[in-house]
Write a protein that binds this ligand. Sequence first.
Ligand code: DHE
Length: 510
Amino acid sequence: MTRLIVSLSALLMTVSAPFADPVVDYAENCQECHGVNRLGGIGPALIPQTLGRMRGPNLVSVIRDGRAATQMPAFGDLMSDSRIDALAAFLQEPLVDVPPWGAEEIMASRILNEDYQPANKPVWSSDPMNITLAVETGDHHVSVLDGDTFETLDRFPTPFAVHGGPKFSPEGRYVFIMSRDGWVQKYDLYALKEVGRIRAGLNSRNIAMSHDGKWIAVANYLPNTLTILAAENLSVAAVQEIKGKDGTPSRISAVYQAPPRKSFVLALKDVPEIWEVFYGPNPPHYGFAHDWRIEGPAPHTKPFPVRKITTPDYLDDFFFDQSYEYVMGASRSGAGGQVIDLVIGQKTADLDLPGMPHLGSGITWQHGDTTVMATPHLKDNAVSVIDMQTWKTVKRIETLGPGFFMRSHENSPYVWVDVFFGPNRDVMHVIDKQSLEIVKTLRPEKGATVAHVEFTRNGRHALVSIWEDEGAMIVYDAQTLEEIRRLPMKKPSGKYNVWNKITFSEGTSH
Ligand code: DHE
């Protein structure tokens, strides 16, 4: 529900029809973002299976007051309490007809591009390792840029409402992109052509690619499943129902790959558990019970052994250390964080992380003789810097507002962090990695949201989004912090450099 949809007609309806039908209220105010049949779109699906911990009074207050750190606006000024109650009750009614979405339905949704011909080598002459993608959510496109000249090599349409980082195949030739309504798109950067797409879930969180490039794991909210696709042809390798050890169905907060462990690691959103799904040839022996193996449908016979770890608290968001042994997790309730050791399967430390840390965009760097991890907070005007040996907070750097994304690069002395929310959402802070002080605050366009940074391969340029419908990607000199160029774009969100992503640069998120 974007603010735009809170239209004059909705306002008039509110005044003239105080007892309006929640079905009509939904169609007028919610449908554009949350989808026909409440099955999700840019916003999550609004049915009991996906509302999870949001049930009851929580749901009423979100409709009335909006939701921090999301694009959900407040409807309290537009609807009476009784109408909000009726709408909340309607959203908690099970759908009369939830389409089944198992292996068969997913396979049936696959569309392969008949015009696609693989190219043996790139059809362009740019540095393949410096190709950089810009996701433009304003009109649902991705721009493929030469990271040296910033020439646009292609601009292709994506499914509706892309979310999370696209994932590159290990050699950087293919990219996989996911939309909130569950589509996974495969695009060949050499041929500049879409290979195909498949709807792996009805409402999805994010995707992870196995380190060998063979498998893509899709974390779903709806249905409560993990879908594993064969990257080669987007066929379904497995669909696993997600239920806690006690049988409680759960959404998945997020899934990431853990390359040294040859596994996917996922956190359950409605049950305090982490799962590790092994795809490598010799998974470690954790005494897997038979029903903890995901068996693929024919013609795939590959089992994916699953290990389940009970955690002291929920994990809504998490981050790995560089060895991928430790998971740093935090719950959106904002109580703090926890460190889970994947080798022994237990919590080993607490983290002082109140104020909704956004661990999904955390980064690490060498600081003195230790490695630190830094994360913005969605509810605090701060960046937390944590020592990854002692797990203690080294510093909380005060910012001009809550931030969403941060990035750095091995060759840069700076960390860049946005202020995504509040009156100062038009600024970007630049922090010195050693002194941990803000050394410059950029305000490239007064009043325009400025967010998300990516570096080019060698770290020479920092690319910043003017996150507006008629926005732009600004190219900064990453040393002098001077603006060099502006490329007009339609609400650019994330940018992704092939080299930084496939080498797991310490300055980027997963
Ligand atoms: Fe995101 C990444 C979760 C809202 C834009 N976001 C991620 C990831 C997670 C996540 C777990 C890491 C996935 C990955 O890259 O594989 N996001 C959440 C939420 O829980 C939250 C707060 C609420 C929700 O509605 O889901 C949320 N996110 C948003 C937005 O409102 C943003 C700003 C706009 C949008 O497009 O929805 C948004 N999220 C992004 C982007 C990334 C992302 C651009 C990738 C960042 C990167 O550099 O990798």
